[in-house]
Design a protein around this ligand. Structure first.
Ligand code: SF4
Ligand code: SF4
Length: 109
């Protein structure tokens, strides 16, 4: 459980963190090496499947989102650096709406 807060809201209630599209990821690990917040880790693939048509299945090392709530709300730097556009975030207007609703909820307490 993450004890961090963002504008009085428990960070764990804000769904802002990267998701990796495994159909696109090439395993370059740029995201892992770039983020200084420990969001990502390197996953060792125990059974690389060389016969698979998906590159992801063949990778020996792959990125994994290990600590999603360490992600800085509003940051999407890793997504911009990913050479194949494999990192996805929620729509900004949706997250702003969610945060506004949560602020009302937590200010009311
Ligand atoms: S930067 Fe993109 S392609 Fe490279 S490992 Fe991360 S998600 Fe995969
Ligand atoms: S958006 Fe920023 S803080 Fe979040 S995982 Fe990417 S580089 Fe790290």
């Amino acid at each position: 459980m993450c004890a961090q807060k963002y504008w009085g809201i428990p960070r764990s209630e804000i769904p802002w963190f990267p998701k990796i599209n495994t159909d696109k990821c090439t395993g370059c690990l740029t995201c892992v090496n770039f983020c200084q917040n420990g969001v990502y880790t390197v996953e060792e693939n125990p059974n690389p499947d060389r016969s698979s048509l998906r590159r992801w299945d063949k990778l020996k090392k792959r990125p994994r989102v290990e600590n999603p709530f360490n992600c800085v709300v509003g940051c999407s730097a890793c997504a911009q650096l990913c050479p194949v556009g494999a990192i996805e975030f929620p729509e900004r207007k949706e997250i702003v709406k969610t945060i506004r609703e949560l602020m009302v909820k937590y200010q009311a307490k």
